[in-house]
Design a protein around this ligand. Structure first.
Ligand code: G4P
Ligand code: NA
Ligand code: NA
Length: 194
């Protein structure tokens, strides 16, 4: 998505070897005009698959997911994050280990909002090592829900998340695919490889 790639080039800041800071439009301050374009693009890509629900994870997945939900006219659920869960009654939950932050969070979705009749689109802001994605897929599996796709705003294609999600059989569409950070500059996966 050209608009998003341009914004990453203008406002993204590369931190160290493998982190892209996008605090001024996605992870802290949010640009609603850009988020709406992103939501519309997800709606276009995943049209016609019978999706009746979107699931994301708090916090940064919520903005793009809500705009996709607005266009697709379906509800949006955000999985909640906790350090650990004691009361798991009436919840689907999964453990998500973050390589970036070296911490494990439990993510959970209430059984009130997801069941075997659902056909789900998963959305997240970043795809890095794929652990959050796998956790969401696992939660849908527990519910017996169908997963019809995963929409990612920014994929770091040099990390292993995409491969892990593809191995689980879920179709991914990433709106920006970062190939590498070269001397602090972002390069994207070329169209023909994408
Ligand atoms: P994984 O789920 O793909 O395995 O990702 P990882 O553990 O590496 O990432 C943990 C957190 O860091 C996630 O956000 C993820 O979205 C974010 N993240 C990973 N790589 C980058 C990056 O290059 N830039 C930015 N800005 N974020 C990155 P989170 O902790 O769940 O936080 P939230 O922002 O959604 O609240
Ligand atoms: Na994040
Ligand atoms: Na996220």
């Amino acid at each position: 998505m050209k608009l998003l790639e341009d914004r990453i080039l203008t406002d993204g800041v590369v931190l160290g070897e493998d982190v892209l800071k996008v605090d001024n439009f996605l992870n802290h301050q949010i640009d609603p005009v850009l988020m709406q374009e992103i939501g519309n693009e997800f709606a276009r890509i995943f049209k016609g698959r019978g999706i009746n629900k979107i699931i994301t994870i708090e916090s940064s997945g919520i903005a793009p997911a809500v705009f996709a939900g607005l266009k697709m006219e379906v509800p949006v659920i955000f999985a909640r994050k906790h350090k650990s869960l004691t009361l798991t009654d009436n919840l689907y939950s999964a453990s998500v280990y973050s390589f970036t932050k070296n911490v494990t969070n439990e993510i959970a979705v209430s059984k009130n909002f997801l069941d075997a009749s659902d056909n789900v689109l998963l959305i997240d802001d970043f795809l890095a090592n794929g652990q959050a994605a796998i956790g969401l897929i696992d939660i849908c599996k527990q519910a017996g829900a169908k997963v019809s796709g995963m929409g990612i705003v920014i994929e770091k294609s040099f990390q292993k998340g995409r491969q892990i999600v593809e191995e689980s059989g879920v179709d991914i569409a990433s709106l920006a695919r970062i190939e590498a950070f070269v001397d602090g500059k972002v390069t994207f996966v070329k169209e023909e490889e994408a």
